[in-house]
Design a protein around this ligand. Structure first.
Ligand code: ADP
Ligand code: MG
Ligand code: MG
Length: 321
């Protein structure tokens, strides 16, 4: 552990959930601070073990194997998250849809593999959250069509971040940052100043296009630069338009700010699919939610409530230390 030269502060990074986890927090009792860090890492591992599609023994994998044959009884936690995912699908008219995986699994971004047009068209008929039935009484999930799959990659990291922040609050830790890849949430302050997060330049690994000061909020970014390959000048990346089964291509990145990371995570993926016009329209009618979008030409767009802060952000070259 590094102490950053200030007693009571701890920072730790780890690779869990297929991404980089960062936890940075303060407690005046160093033992409690240590416990906070360990609690976050353990919670991330617990959620990964339950919700990863890459772990055969995960509850999610079980659902994908069996839910087309018969309704599968699942844990209260997974049930709640599936219900929440379906609510975001309703809100976004299906731009967010965890059944995207019915076609999404045909892509392998590391190996540069994608379905041909016919495979893609066939698999896309399986993508539809209405075909994912949740039975509240039985706490079961059922796939209406065989071949369907679900994947929580667009919401589970945000959910994990929220869970970790709750656990830290219970440990009496009120100044913290928890990040899982592109999903972050902060509480309190960092060394007496607001936390801040840089919005990455989608086309420059080192560049930052905006810096946002944060007080007790969550921030999520979805970008087309996280996992992708290029073929014939076309970028194939991990955010899928459920209508086409192909990568969504209206934006380079979508950053959403809100009060909890489950919401901002799901909405960043949603807005990335919806694109500039429809995405911004949605964000501007949701109270307490803001957005910074980078369009296809690299231009920045702010939601209405952030517009006054625009000048503050532009021209800043990096996040404060
Ligand atoms: P990150 O993985 O960097 O956090 P996102 O939060 O945008 O980025 O999540 C992208 C992931 O969301 C994809 O890897 C995939 O698992 C999932 N996903 C892709 N398209 C959709 C979609 N239309 N609806 C819901 N989830 C999606
Ligand atoms: Mg997301
Ligand atoms: Mg995410």
């Amino acid at each position: 552990f590094s102490t950053n030269g200030m007693a009571g502060w701890l920072k730790k990074e780890a690779d869990i959930m297929g991404t980089r986890i960062v936890v940075e927090l303060y407690h005046q009792d160093p033992a409690v601070a240590q416990q906070g860090v360990q609690t976050v890492l353990a919670e991330m591992r617990r959620i990964d073990a339950a919700m990863s599609p890459f772990i055969d023994s995960s509850e999610l994998s079980l659902v994908n194997r069996e839910a087309a044959q018969q309704p599968v009884k699942i844990s209260a936690e997974l049930f709640r998250l599936l219900r929440r995912a379906n609510r975001v699908s309703t809100l976004t008219h299906g731009a967010f849809d965890i059944t995207f995986a019915s076609v999404g699994y045909l892509y392998d971004y590391r190996r540069g593999i994608r379905p041909d047009d016919e495979q893609r068209a066939r698999a896309t008929t399986l993508v539809n959250y209405h075909q994912l039935q949740l039975n509240e009484v039985q706490q079961t999930v059922h796939f209406v069509k065989s071949g369907m799959r679900i994947d929580l990659g667009g919401i589970a990291k945000g959910y994990a971040v929220d869970r970790c922040m709750e656990l830290l609050e219970q440990l009496d830790i009120h100044n913290a940052l928890v990040r899982a890849g592109g999903d972050s949430r902060v509480s309190g302050e960092r060394w007496g100043r607001p936390w801040s997060i840089g919005v990455r330049d989608p086309r420059d690994r080192e560049g930052v296009v905006a810096v946002i000061p944060l007080v007790d909020v969550a921030v999520s970014t979805s970008g087309d630069y996280e996992r992708f390959f290029e073929r014939d000048g076309v970028r194939y990346h991990h955010i899928i338009n459920p209508r086409t089964g192909d990568s969504a291509r209206e934006l380079q990145s979508a950053t959403i700010i809100g009060s909890d990371a489950t919401t901002t995570d799901a909405l960043s993926t949603s807005v990335f699919v919806l694109g500039l016009q429809d995405g911004m329209k949605l964000i501007n009618r949701l109270p307490g939610i803001d957005a910074i979008l980078v369009d296809n030409h690299g231009a920045l767009h702010y939601s209405n409530d952030l517009e006054p802060a625009r000048n503050l952000h532009s021209g800043v070259n990096g996040p404060s230390p």
